[in-house]
Write a protein that binds this ligand. Structure first.
Ligand SMILES: [Zn+2]
Length: 401
């Protein structure tokens, strides 16, 4: 009985602290309340997740968007950590604010083990793994090894694993799991998987397949894209996404495969997903200091590669780079980004590390401009790619159009 009382007090504390945090304007009200609740009752996440159907989404890039697509595609009352607070405090906050039995949780790559232990998910979506903030996060192969261990936990045994078959690190992590649905999620980024995650020999590739002489190889596909059609098992689902780029079509394919694993009607799910046009400030049109922009978030080389690929036929691009704690203090990762694809376009360099960016662009042969004040207003929508805190700053300074 005392346990139930303590859990009840902790749950109420999460709601109250987050409400105060939001009202006082001190934060988004998603982390501090969860931290207090977990301090009062460390088993709070397990308790709150009990008797709910949980889908976990993890990976280096695309977590927030895929989580939003799963939540939109799932019929009925769904709760989710939609602000991107993706560690246990954020999970607790999402579960404390709603009694919905359908739950989608974006989960930090390093926290997958603890989250799956606490929530016993029905589905785990493994998007991709690539280098990210190496000055403060683990080397990416260590994360793949940890995922492999996490997926051996008893709580993962009954889960359906939805995994990216085109990412050898993800395949290495998931290929011992018993129930995996393999998706072909296109990416041009292969720099973290030039060698085999299992034996370190060079990986072999053709346009549509990869393998290693040790036997690790691209698994048989369950889901793939055929142009704008998602093929999930034997079902063909036309996509009409409000989000741009092949990267987001891949995210939608993973989301639909996850929903298929729990028997959601895919035609209806895809139709509901088409209403997602903005995810946490990304992709929608916003106005900042009179300039209409479309904000795009990219935090690492693979994320940048995906955003650059999706730019389309635009001549002007703005890029904003910071290097604060949340970004990683070391901006040398800019040299891994394939900025050469921007040759022939004009790039305006913004953010606290705009000079580092301009230097990198100079080496890439790209026309780069650095403004010390605000850049001149253009009479058209400008795509702005920003890394983490640079994006947050722009989001705070801008308003939806
Ligand atoms: Zn190998």
């Amino acid at each position: 009985m005392w346990r139930a009382v303590r859990l009840g007090i902790a749950t109420q504390a999460v709601r109250t602290v987050n409400w105060v945090s939001q009202r006082s304007g001190r934060g988004s009200g998603t982390v501090i309340g969860g931290t207090v609740g977990l301090f009062l009752a460390p088993e709070l996440l397990t308790s709150l997740a009990n008797d709910r159907r949980v889908i976990l989404v993890t990976g280096t890039n695309g977590k927030t968007t895929t989580t939003a697509l799963v939540a939109a595609g799932w019929d009925g009352d769904v709760t989710s950590n939609d602000t991107g607070a993706n560690m246990p405090a954020g999970h607790v906050a999402a579960l404390a604010r709603s009694g919905a039995t359908r739950v989608v949780l974006e989960t930090d790559e390093a926290w997958l083990g603890a989250t799956l232990e606490a929530t016993s998910p029905a589905v785990i979506v493994l998007l991709n793994l690539s280098r990210d903030q190496l000055d403060r996060a683990s080397e990416v192969r260590q994360i793949a090894d940890r995922w492999r261990n996490f997926l051996a936990k008893p709580q993962a045994e009954d889960a359906v694993i939805v995994a990216n078959a085109l990412d050898p690190l993800v395949v290495y992590a998931a290929n011992e799991a018993s129930n995996v649905r393999w998706c072909a999620t296109p990416t041009s980024w292969t720099a973290d998987t030039m060698s085999c995650p299992r034996c370190t020999e060079p990986l072999l590739r053709t346009d549509d397949r990869w393998w290693c002489t040790c036997g690790l190889a691209q698994p048989t596909l369950n889901s793939y894209l055929d142009g704008d059609v998602a093929v999930v098992g034997s079902t063909r689902v036309p996509l009409a996404l409000g989000l741009p780029g092949v990267f987001n079509r891949g995210n939608a394919l993973m989301a639909l495969t996850a929903l298929d694993a729990i028997n959601v009607d895919l035609g209806r799910a895809a139709s509901r997903m088409s209403s997602v046009g903005e995810v946490a400030g990304r992709y929608g049109l916003r106005r900042v200091d009179g300039q209409v922009v479309r904000l795009l978030l990219a935090k690492n080389p693979a994320g940048f590669a995906a955003m650059l690929e999706g730019l389309g036929d635009v001549h002007d691009v703005w890029i904003s780079i910071n290097a604060r704690v949340a970004d990683g203090h070391d901006p040398s990762w800019l040299y891994d980004v394939p900025f050469e694809v921007l040759r022939g376009r004009r790039v305006r360099c913004l953010g606290e590390r705009r000079l580092d960016l301009a230097t990198r662009l100079w080496y890439a042969g790209v026309e780069a401009h650095v403004d010390e004040g605000r850049p001149a207003i253009e009479d058209r929508v400008i795509d702005v790619i920003a890394n983490y805190t640079a994006f947050s700053d722009l989001l705070k300074e801008s308003r939806p159009c």
